[in-house]
Ligand binder design. Structure first.
Ligand code: TRH
Length: 377
């Protein structure tokens, strides 16, 4: 019989919580034939990345996943064989009682945040708290073999490469979004939190001899873009040109299309967790705006990833990538760091594909979860 899985997602803010859990739920169904219920407390956030979601429905089937609204007033439900609390969210107490009441207790996992820090490998799979005899375990995604890996659908990289090799498919996809890049232009995407360093970067792009077409999905960075452009408003579909730089505002698109957008671009600025991983699967150079945390602990995470990611680069290219990422995440001057990066463009571009290959050779997160469960029963 199919194992049943309950994934709990509390949307703290933005789209990463739902982005990750929705991706995982679909993959468990499609590739591992699990029966998955995805409990989400905020269907509006879900609808942004998956427009077919009906926010009025407490229960609906989407891509084989049973999507359930996680109500403030929990109604009794039977517990599944595997229970995932995403990002340390607190499960409803009544549900935890149901877990403990099962004849065979479920496997209870806390799916943690992604980090490249060294300690992650040592903590992955360790027991956490217990509730009435039900043991919870830490499950850490990560970049190193001792971790739970990264979400990566089967065939994703082949699909991505085929798309990138198909100029017509790429042009048709962009055209449907209203994007018609000029020949030879550097196509870039920008998905980021508010960032005071943006103006300096846009100055550099505008002054560059090589033209850039910058695609900005609707979101938190738009205010900074608008300020730099000096316009009263900026809305989806707007296109503004300043010297060598064309800025175009895109709608927030469905998750699968956002992947294609990343695949189309020569450079992607991404943020948070899920878009950060998807940019790596795009095999193109990237810039990460990490989610800010108290006491700047996010900067340790940034350094941990940078150390791994840039390991195989030549010292000058490594320094250029590191300087750019540090500037972006401390909202410092970007122009000089961007200029440095351009000097190493071919190396950094080849490296992005190499890094993707290396990461792609590891076990993906969904497969690692299923294996963890099989080892546990
Ligand atoms: O939105 P994010 O910043 O999300 C998060 C949350 O802040 C969360 O609380 C925090 O824990 C986490 O970051 C680290 O960034 P992220 O993770 O990249 O999620 C964005 C999702 O939105 C991702 O699944 C891609 C998707 N997306 C679309 O579907 N369409 C779009 O047009 C864009 C720009 C993104």
């Amino acid at each position: 019989m199919k194992a049943s899985w309950d994934i709990f997602c509390s949307v703290v803010d933005n789209y990463g919580d739902i982005g990750v859990t929705w991706r995982l739920a679909r993959q468990l169904v499609a590739e591992h034939h699990c029966a998955v219920r995805l409990w989400v407390d905020d269907l509006r956030a879900f609808e942004r990345i998956c427009p077919q979601i009906d926010i009025r429905q407490a229960c609906q089937q989407q891509d084989g996943v049973e999507v359930r609204h996680w109500p403030a007033q929990w109604q009794p439900e039977t517990a599944a064989d595997v229970v995932i609390a995403a990002f340390a969210c607190q499960l409803p107490h009544v549900y935890m009682e149901a877990m403990a009441d099962r004849q065979q207790p479920p496997l209870w996992l806390n799916l943690d945040y992604l980090s490249a820090e060294d300690w992650v490998g040592g903590c992955h799979g360790l027991p956490s708290v217990k509730f009435r005899g039900v043991q919870k375990y830490f499950f850490f995604p990560g970049f190193q073999p001792q971790t739970g890996g990264l979400l990566r659908e089967g065939g994703l990289l082949a699909q991505r490469r085929a798309f990138q090799a198909d100029g017509q498919a790429r042009a048709a996809f962009l055209q449907a979004l209203g994007v018609m890049p000029a020949a030879g232009v550097r196509l870039m995407s920008l998905f980021a939190y508010e960032n005071a360093g943006l103006g300096g970067w846009l100055d550099a792009l505008a002054c560059d001899l090589h033209p850039t077409h910058l695609l900005v999905p609707e979101g938190r960075i738009l205010g900074d873009v608008q300020r730099w452009l000096g316009v009263d408003s900026l809305a989806v579909g707007n296109l503004q040109v300043r010297q060598s730089l064309t800025v175009q505002v895109l709608p927030f698109i469905r998750q699968e299309d956002y992947d294609r957008l990343l695949w189309c671009c020569d450079f992607n600025a991404v943020r948070g967790e899920d878009s950060f991983v998807r940019a790596q699967w795009a095999g193109r150079p990237m810039l990460w705006h990490i989610y800010r945390q108290d006491e700047d602990i996010h900067l340790d995470k940034l350094e941990a990833f940078l150390a791994l990611y840039t390991r195989a680069l030549s010292p000058p290219a490594r320094a250029a990538v590191q300087a750019l990422w540090r500037s972006w995440n401390t909202e410092a001057q970007m122009a000089e760091a961007w200029g440095e990066l351009l000097l190493h463009w071919p190396e950094v571009t080849a490296h992005a594909e190499q890094w993707c290959l290396e990461q792609g050779s590891q076990v993906d997160l969904a497969a690692a979860l299923v294996q963890f469960y099989l080892n546990w029963i």
